[in-house]
Design a protein around this ligand. Structure first.
Ligand code: S0N
Length: 265
């Protein structure tokens, strides 16, 4: 006889899902991501498939993930999406540092991108629950992807953390502010700054620490926080060639020439 819970809510099958693999989405062959749908059930699964790199993402990985999430959004038969990484060692180790260039991660077209920021927004806006299934490392940009998901299921070996300031990067957007909302300001700052010992903080990139602190403040401090973050953006801009072109042109009494500066996507 079914339990009273089952009578009210219905039975939920615990049998393993049967997955059907989809190799091409929107005419794009999936090379760095595996995409599957459960036969007869409304579950789609997106698996980052670069286990040899602990599932670090390139611009192509992110583009493929984005196509899969768009497909899952559009398919009325899909009700839940799982995001996971191939193998037991890592969910995702963040941006692939071997293709990181000035201005972002560089793909086959040679253009630097930070397209993972668009993917974060896409997951956030997807009108269906997204579940992160984490085994092994979820670090850096990989940790941020799990934070963007609605739920996280963690295996016993799951390790969560940020590495940005160690490798000279930071995510001052959702990566900082969403984390502070999820785990609290103090814990978020500890995770980003690795501030158990002052000497550990000093090993990290000072600019990355500065922007992260601004970002964490900005989400809490309203206009005053934006003032601080804006000031830091100006500081960085003043250190760039593009930022200097306007001042230089004024000093030389000529029209500024910004034509050599790329409009990055
Ligand atoms: C994950 C770690 C802890 C695993 O350690 P383990 O198990 O000892 O394995 P390893 O031997 O270290 O790794 C196996 C092979 O995989 C390669 N590899 C691992 N992670 C990466 C990676 N992220 N990029 C490139 N390669 C990676 C290893 O090199 C090794 O290869 P072989 O066998 O050939 O030597 C450990 O691997 C680790 O700590 N990895 C690095 C983690 C990291 O620092 N990630 C980057 C952090 N930053 C971001 O993710 C930024 C994200 C982003 O896109 C962004 C977003 C918003 C604003 C800015 C940015 C931005 O990037 O600037």
């Amino acid at each position: 006889r079914p339990s009273s819970y089952a009578r009210v809510h219905g039975e939920v099958s615990r049998a393993p899902a049967q997955w059907r693999r989809i190799d091409t989405v929107a005419k794009e062959e999936l090379r760095e991501v595996r995409y599957e749908k459960a036969v007869g059930e409304g579950i789609a699964k997106v698996t980052i498939n670069r286990p040899e790199k602990r599932n670090a993402f390139t611009p192509r990985t992110v583009m493929e993930m984005s196509l899969c999430f768009a497909d899952a959004r559009e398919d009325p038969a899909v009700g839940v999406v799982i995001l996971t990484g191939e193998g037991p060692l890592a969910f995702c180790s963040g941006g692939d540092q071997s293709v990181r260039g000035a201005g972002g991660y560089v793909g086959a077209d040679g253009i630097p991108r930070l397209n993972v920021l668009d993917l974060q927004m896409q997951i956030r806006r997807l009108p269906k629950p997204v579940v992160a299934q984490v085994a092994g490392y979820a670090v850096g940009g990989g940790h941020i992807l799990h934070m963007m998901c609605d739920l996280t299921v963690a295996a016993d070996n799951a390790v969560f953390g940020q590495t940005g300031p160690k490798v000279g990067s930071f995510d001052a957007g959702y990566g900082s502010t969403q984390m502070a909302r999820l785990v609290g300001q103090k814990r978020a700052r500890e995770m980003w700054f690795l501030a158990r010992l002052c000497r550990e903080v000093l090993r990290n990139s000072p600019t990355a620490l500065r922007i992260l602190k601004s970002a964490l403040n900005a989400a809490e401090d309203g206009q005053a926080g934006i003032q601080q973050l804006g000031g830091d953006a100006t500081l960085l801009f003043y250190q760039s060639e593009e930022g200097n072109e306007g001042r230089q042109a004024y000093m030389e009494k000529r029209a500024p020439d910004f034509s050599r500066f790329k409009r990055l996507p």
